[in-house]
Design a protein around this ligand. Structure first.
Ligand SMILES: Cc1ncc(COP(=O)(O)O)c(C=O)c1O
Length: 406
């Protein structure tokens, strides 16, 4: 007889499979080592013996394959060893970590920073530690799962406002004594940007903190990613695994906030620190992105080219101006089918299904990077148009995403 847990696992997996929602990993390998012909063509990988152009990574500037950054990681490991060896409050905090924290503060104008091994743990630690049952927190409907998980653990009362709606946010702020408003700079699945300046003004008016998850904006979005950021944003979470091409994250804010997290954030206190080599790498990547504004420019050109070609081919994009270009299909199984047909043409695009996005809004999440070659972008769009019409997805010029997210 099966155990209770075996029965539960089998039933849940069966249900997911039936709905086209089962998640499975794919083993990818590199199409060429970094030391050969590294940065001159579109990002590619090999799956089951075949090479694909990668239109689903968050490596927006192509930094994950920059030889100088591989050297920085190597030098960091040679200097400090390959691991931190302990949690930060024991012996895991080094001058490599401090140098990265200082650089991030210089870039954003915040007083202090705290490093985490991932954006997920930075967000959950921040939410769980900062808020408790006495707090009312308002958050955009589309904020990331790590924020929701952390808020649920915190015991705070959570109220959601309609996605990017200032009216909806203001209504909640006016009705509730709110501790903080939480949003993302660039929304991970829709690619649109929050109205940070207006939200900041609202927060000031209602004496609430503005907390911004800047995972997909940091190092790619202009505007408040400079020494002015701290004037608008009370707490900014930046991650190193997206545009910086490496790994880890930081919470940026006042010295008082960071001191409070150091003493209370369980994810920080009871976990092995980010390795100093990774801190050295993230510092080098931050400096590299600042020293190479042409990469941001190339990314913008690639986004513009992709959108223009989609317009010409009547491929129905959601209307984002960032590297994240969603194409809503709706049905999860049909979305998988489109993604699979694109793969047959050598194009790899993410198929995003519930619960990552709301039921009925399964989508392709196409991401552009500075490293994509124009001819590969053209091939991607041509294949998209062909596959969509073959599978029966209507080709229209604009579509509205539902607001009823996550
Ligand atoms: C908006 C947002 N915040 C946080 C995270 C988590 O960051 P990390 O991948 O570094 O754990 C992600 C990653 O998917 C994200 O999209």
């Amino acid at each position: 007889m099966s155990s209770l847990l075996e029965t539960k696992i089998a039933a849940r997996q069966h249900a997911l499979r039936e709905q086209g929602l089962l998640r499975q990993r794919k083993v990818l390998s590199v199409d060429r080592p970094l030391n050969t012909n590294a940065s001159t063509s579109s990002p590619r990988f090999v799956f089951e013996g075949r090479a694909y152009v990668n239109f689903s990574s968050n490596d927006y500037l192509g930094l994950s394959r920059v030889p100088e950054l591989a050297d920085a990681l190597h030098l960091g490991a040679q200097t400090y060893g390959v691991g931190s060896g302990a949690s930060p409050l024991v012996t895991g905090y080094s001058d490599a970590h401090l140098a990265l924290e200082r650089e991030l503060c210089d870039l954003t104008g915040h007083e202090a920073a705290l490093l985490f091994c991932s954006g997920f743990s930075a967000n959950t630690a921040l939410m769980k530690t900062l808020f408790d049952q006495q707090d009312i927190v308002v958050a955009d409907k589309l904020v990331h799962a790590s924020i929701i998980d952390g808020l649920q653990d915190s015991g705070a009362q959570l109220k959601r406002f309609l996605h990017n709606s200032l009216e909806s946010a203001e209504r909640l702020l006016a009705r509730n004594q709110t501790s903080a408003l939480i949003t993302e700079s660039v929304f991970s699945m829709d690619g649109d940007c929050a109205p940070i300046a207006q939200l900041s003004a609202l927060c000031r008016q209602h004496h609430a903190w503005l907390v911004v998850d800047d995972a997909h904006g940091f190092a790619v979005l202009d505007g408040y990613h400079n020494a002015e950021a701290a004037k608008l944003i009370d707490v900014q979470v930046v991650t190193f695994g997206k545009a910086l091409g490496c790994q880890g994250a930081a919470v940026l804010g006042s010295q008082a906030l960071i001191d409070f997290l150091v003493s209370n954030a369980r994810e920080y206190i009871y976990s092995t620190a980010l390795s100093p080599a990774n801190a050295a790498l993230a510092l080098a990547a931050t400096q590299y992105s600042t020293a190479h504004p042409e990469l941001q420019q190339k990314l913008l050109e690639n986004i513009a080219l992709f959108k223009q070609l989609c317009r010409e081919a009547n491929v129905p994009l959601l209307g984002s101006d960032t590297a994240i270009q969603p194409l809503i299909i709706g049905d999860a199984l049909q979305t998988l089918q489109v993604a699979e047909e694109l793969r047959a043409a050598g194009i790899w695009v993410g198929a995003i299904r519930p619960p990552t996005v709301p039921v009925g809004s399964a989508r392709l999440r196409i991401t552009l990077t500075a490293a994509h070659a124009a001819e590969d972008i053209a091939t991607c769009v041509a294949q998209l148009a062909q596959v969509l019409s073959r599978v029966g997805v209507p080709l229209v010029t604009e579509r509205q995403a539902t607001d009823d997210h996550r």
